[in-house]
Design a protein around this ligand. Structure first.
Ligand code: DX5
Ligand code: ZN
Length: 217
């Protein structure tokens, strides 16, 4: 059974001076989720947005806020992100000494959980925990910046988590993040990705609806 692919524009590439309008615009253009890239200047060498910004834009859309935490000690901010309106929270395995505990905490707070890994981390690092989460996010760029080049050598990770899902009857979404454009969407979908994050491919285009359509493969 195949599910329609969902597109998650990353607001990292939006015009922050008009953030509310940008979110309304991608919703009107057919976006399925809003991907929120949170960076702390420690886990990654860049600093983006935190709970106060999320809270201010929460009223402008009913779409899921898919929060991707690229921060150290992510457990310390889970409550704040839930209070600000996160619907799902994805944490990096590299930032969690006890991933199962952090995932459990996300569920206790009443939102969906995700687990991700940076390109150098072998996919086996998340294998013990994938059965616990609602979403597995595969990074196809080094976390930290939008607009980087897609790393095709990460496709095997999509295939691995798709295979585990099949073998064990898990139900997680498979999301791919980094450098996704119309010309590589087909290969990540074929490998098993069901949610495509796209920052520059959407917000860097003149016609958001056409860009989102072009990513559906
Ligand atoms: C990178 C972020 C990505 C990124 C995607 O650290 O997690 O979500 O913003 O942007 P593009 O699609 O431009 O690579
Ligand atoms: Zn992201």
């Amino acid at each position: 059974m195949s599910h329609p692919v969902r597109i998650a524009p990353s607001i990292l590439s939006a015009d922050f001076a008009r953030l509310g309008d940008e979110i309304r615009a991608v919703e009107a253009a057919g976006a399925d989720l809003i991907h929120v890239d949170v960076m702390d200047g420690h886990f990654v060498p860049n600093l983006t947005m935190g709970p106060p910004i999320l809270e201010r834009v929460r009223p402008v859309t009913k779409l899921e806020f898919d929060v991707h935490l690229m921060i150290d000690k992510p457990w310390e901010l889970l409550q704040s992100f839930v209070d600000a309106g996160a619907d799902s929270i994805t944490v990096h395995v590299e930032a969690c000494p006890d991933p199962a505990h952090t995932i459990g905490r996300i569920h206790e707070l009443g939102v969906r959980s995700g687990l991700t890994l940076s390109p150098p981390t072998p996919v086996e690092a998340i294998e013990p925990f994938v059965g616990l989460v609602d979403r597995v996010l595969i990074m196809s760029v080094h976390p930290g910046f939008g607009g980087q080049k897609y790393m095709p050598e990460m496709v095997h990770k999509i295939e691995a988590v798709a295979r585990w899902r099949q073998e064990h009857g898990h139900r997680y979404d498979i999301e791919i993040d980094g450098g996704i454009k119309a010309d590589n969407a087909g290969e990540v979908i074929a490998a098993g990705a069901g949610v495509l994050v796209a920052g520059s491919a959407v917000f860097g285009s003149k016609d958001y609806a056409a860009a989102i359509r072009g990513l559906r493969g």
